[in-house]
Design a protein around this ligand. Structure first.
Ligand SMILES: [Zn+2]
Ligand SMILES: [Zn+2]
Length: 352
């Protein structure tokens, strides 16, 4: 089969490789559409992603729509021919965290298209990929492939908003207008937050946020930022979703959150320590919580899109064929006019 194989930093080759064979409990998926994630971009740019250093060349990609091409013996669902999206985080299902419904904290998680394990796990920038049967979530017939491939990043946002508890009626700020930030904005709005504000240093991203329904946007570098926030919120935001992964944005969140408010960390801050005004956690009773990947929210994510409660269509900016994956990857770095870049995969019937 054809696949995009990452050999090192900026060395992404379209190659013929052996098709994967589904082991016990697994299914073989014929890939239709795959989104490029920020983590894929990290691997592409640096050859690694934070502490995850691949020990061999591997295939990235974990945001997908695919058809079930074959299932291992004993697998009863999904059926061959079903069109599915995938929860790429395969938790063990048996540990204390999994049993407590917190599978995103499972230490044995195997992540699709990731070097978080040794050796890395091949992902979906390929004609075929294997996943465990229960990682599949069947898509409604009318949902476009491009939206099916948005369910994974949407699940990140959905989980983050749930981590905040109810956001109904709350004044919400999202810092960072990348795909995840915009998805959090859309989700918070759908769950009743008001007003919803997004901040980003890039003007194009602030524009995208307004297009996604933000009530207001902020330039975090503006000299009169404090005044603007006072006008919008009075004493500050009830909930701030930090989706930029920029330490200054997190530091600023402590200035912009109101007493008793909450900061939800979604962005990846890197491995270095980040100095924070930690005394404010005590003196102003600020809650600072993390949000990692997602819980079991994929079917809910699908329903929210299917019923039109959230519209993710505007986020899919451009679609490239698999053969142009390196070009698509470079395009995804354009912050001003690109939100989500996806890859369309059209396997030839005999490519398996
Ligand atoms: Zn992703
Ligand atoms: Zn587990």
């Amino acid at each position: 089969m054809l696949a995009g194989v990452l050999h090192g930093a900026k060395d992404l080759r379209i190659e013929h490789v052996a098709s994967p064979v589904p082991g016990p409990g697994m299914v073989l998926l014929r890939v239709r559409r795959v989104g490029i994630c920020g983590s894929d971009m990290h691997y592409f740019e640096h050859g690694c992603c934070g502490a995850f250093v691949p020990t061999r060349p591997f295939i990235m990609g974990h945001e997908l729509t695919a058809d079930v091409a074959a299932v291992a013996d004993g697998v009863t669902a999904p059926a061959v021919g079903a069109r599915v999206t995938v929860n790429p985080a395969r938790a063990c299902g048996f540990c204390d965290y999994c049993k407590a419904g917190r599978g995103n904290l499972c230490r044995k998680t195997i992540m699709l298209g990731s070097a978080s394990t040794t050796p890395p796990t091949d992902g979906a920038f390929a004609e075929y990929v294997t996943v465990r049967a229960d990682q599949c979530h069947v898509l409604p017939p009318l949902m476009a492939d491009g939206l099916g491939a948005m369910m994974e990043p949407f699940a990140v946002a959905l989980h983050a908003v749930k981590r905040a508890g109810s956001v109904a009626g709350k004044r919400v700020l999202v810092t960072g207008g990348g795909p995840i930030g915009l998805l959090v904005l859309i989700t918070a709005r759908a769950f009743g937050a008001t007003p919803v504000t997004l901040s980003d240093v890039v003007a194009g991203r602030r524009e995208s946020a307004l297009g996604c329904g933000a009530d207001a946007v902020l330039d975090p570098a503006a000299a009169d930022l404090a005044e603007q926030v006072r006008e919008l919120t009075g004493d500050g935001f009830d909930v701030i979703f930090e989706a930029s992964g920029a330490p200054p944005a997190l530091r600023q969140a402590f200035d912009l959150v109101r007493p008793g408010g909450m900061i939800v960390q979604i962005g990846t801050l890197g491995t270095a320590d980040v100095p924070l005004p930690a005394n404010q956690l005590m003196a102003r009773e600020i809650r600072f919580v993390g949000s990692f990947r997602y819980g079991n929210v994929f079917d809910e994510a699908i329903r929210l899109v299917e019923t039109g409660r959230v519209d993710l269509e505007p986020l899919v900016s451009e679609v490239f064929p698999l053969a142009n994956l390196p070009e698509a990857m470079r395009r995804a770095f354009a912050k001003d006019d690109v939100i989500k870049v996806q890859i369309e995969v059209n396997p030839t019937p005999d490519s398996i």
